[in-house]
Structures are given as C-alpha cells and as structure tokens.
Design a protein around this ligand. Structure first.
Ligand SMILES: [Fe+2]
Length: 299
C-alpha cells in the first residue's frame, strides 16, 4: 500500500522467521473495537483474576510460564508496573512479590500500533489486532518457540481455532465477511457456569484464556465511553500506549512518518517471565536483555 518509496521493510518479527514447526498461528473474530481488545491484551494485572483457578493446588501446570506461576499471581494481585519507552513502543515489567526475597517478573511488549507480546519462558505468545470496522476486529494470535519445535501438546493447546470453520459474519453496515467466531460468544454469555465460578475458576468460563479475555472486552460494549473510566496504577502501560498513539496520529497529520517503519530490526522482541531476587526493573531487564530483545545489531 502507498507510494513505493514509503514502503517499509518487512518487520523482523522472530516468530515470522523461525521454521514452521516452531510456531502456531490462528485468527479469530473479536466483537469490539480493536483498541479495546488490545488494551486487554497488554494488561498484565488481570491474570491474577480472570485466568485464575480458585485453588492453585489444583491448577494445571502452565508449562509456558515459570514454575509456581499460579501461586505468584494468586498471592500478589497488585503487580507494580514499570514502563520503558522504546523505538517500537514500550516494554514493561509487572513485578509481583513472592516471599521475602523473590519477585515474579512478567515482561510484556507493545509494538506500535497493534501488536502485543506477553510473557512465556518456553513458547512465547503474541497477538496482532486488525480493525474490521469500529465495532469488530480480527485478532491474529501467534505462538512460537525461539529454539525448538513445538511439541504436539503445545501446538494443539495454542491452535484452538484450527477446528473452527470460516463462517459468514454480517457487519452493522450489511457487509458480510468470512470469520472464525468462537462457539463461546456474546449470544450465549460465553456459556458462563455459575457453579464453576463458585468452585473452580474465577471467570466461570470453561474455555481458553482468549475466550475469557473476549468475555471481558466484548461485553463492556463494542466501544466503551472512556470518559467514565478511572484509571489506576495498574493501568500505566495502557496510559502510555494511548499517549504514544495520539502522538503518532498527530505526527502523521504533520506529515511525520513513524520512524519504526524504517527500523525492521526493532521488532525482534519476546515476552518473558522470570523469578528473581532483584526487585529493580532496570537491573532485571538488563540481566535478561538478550531474552527480551534478541536483536541482531542495528545496521
Ligand atoms: Fe488475558
């Protein structure tokens, strides 16, 4: 699209460069505004609630994350967030306090304008949200392992959309598109089960984390009136993203192209989680820089 002299180089996303057997990609319809669902993807605080089993002793082991993940997120539900602006958007760390000398760190990225990469210490997940219209978007999920082929279990667990067929989906203006729509959706209240909610899972939804995510971001209305919200300290990453997007929009109005379009190497990022005895964001990030931004040298 656009004039040839303005075409950017292809972003050097690591997930796009690994062999096929090291990644899984899927796409699904999200029935709300693209930025509303992206804000949910970027938020790290909600894992302590929305995706939490009520009894962590019965929690499935989430192989993607560090051991004791479920204990950490259940114990500290108010992570302290630190955002560091980067050329591609930002990386931020969510720090949870474990015991006296251990912190659970979750490093997430926002890659402007619409990509999020969330933590994992094995396979790494991310999503790119593309607007369809104001009230609908398409979420492309990717999961990759930087160093080895995904196991059959990992591939199946991350490829939930594989069995869903493309079906016609009518937009508000009458235009019909093909989309994969989850069987758990607004029409059936995401099949919420109040007994499960009382006894097993905080959400009461027997589905995947993306389905729990959509239950929150879709049912608040396709475009929530943000003048009525009250952001808090757990929202500093979302605040930073909104400010950067507004600045980018104003720059474009003035004819200033995003520098990121000419920096394909800047896209080499990975979400990352780690337990550390260090509680200082900059120190922990520096210790794991190669894991969080596995860059080739910039030209
Ligand atoms: Fe989530």
């Amino acid at each position: 699209m656009g004039p040839p002299e303005q075409q950017p180089e292809f972003p050097e996303y690591e997930w796009a460069e690994v062999p096929d057997d090291q990644r899984v990609i899927s796409a699904s319809l999200v029935e709300c505004n693209w930025l509303q669902t992206l804000e949910g993807d970027i938020d790290t605080a909600h894992v302590s609630f929305l995706h939490r089993p009520l009894d962590t002793r019965k929690a499935l082991k989430w192989a993607r994350f560090v051991d004791s993940f479920a204990d950490y997120v259940a114990k500290d539900r108010s992570p302290s967030l630190t955002v560091k602006a980067t050329e591609y958007g930002f990386v931020y760390g969510g720090r949870r306090v474990g015991g006296e000398e251990d912190f659970y760190w979750r490093f997430s990225h926002w890659i402007a304008p619409s990509t999020s990469e969330t933590p994992g210490s094995q396979e790494r997940p991310g999503r790119i949200v593309v607007p369809i219209d104001d009230d609908n978007s398409m979420s492309f999920s990717f999961v990759w392992h930087p160093h080895r082929a995904l196991s059959a279990e990992e591939a199946i667990a991350n490829g939930r959309n594989n069995g869903q067929l493309l079906e016609p989906w009518r937009l508000a203006d009458g235009y019909v598109i093909d989309a994969r729509r989850s069987p758990l959706n607004r029409d059936n209240d995401f099949r919420i089960d109040r007994h499960v909610q009382r006894t097993k899972r905080y959400s009461g939804i027997i589905g995947t984390p993306p389905e729990e995510d959509r239950a929150m971001t879709e049912t608040m209305e396709p475009v929530l009136d943000r003048s009525k919200e009250h952001l808090g300290t757990s929202d500093v990453a979302i605040i930073a993203m909104r400010r950067r997007l507004i600045k980018m929009a104003r720059d474009i109005e003035q004819g200033v192209e995003p520098a990121l379009a000419k920096q394909p190497w800047a896209f080499r990022t990975r979400g990352f989680d780690v337990v550390s005895t260090n509680g200082d964001f900059d120190t922990v990030l520096a210790e794991h820089q190669d894991e969080v931004t596995p860059r080739r040298a910039a030209p």
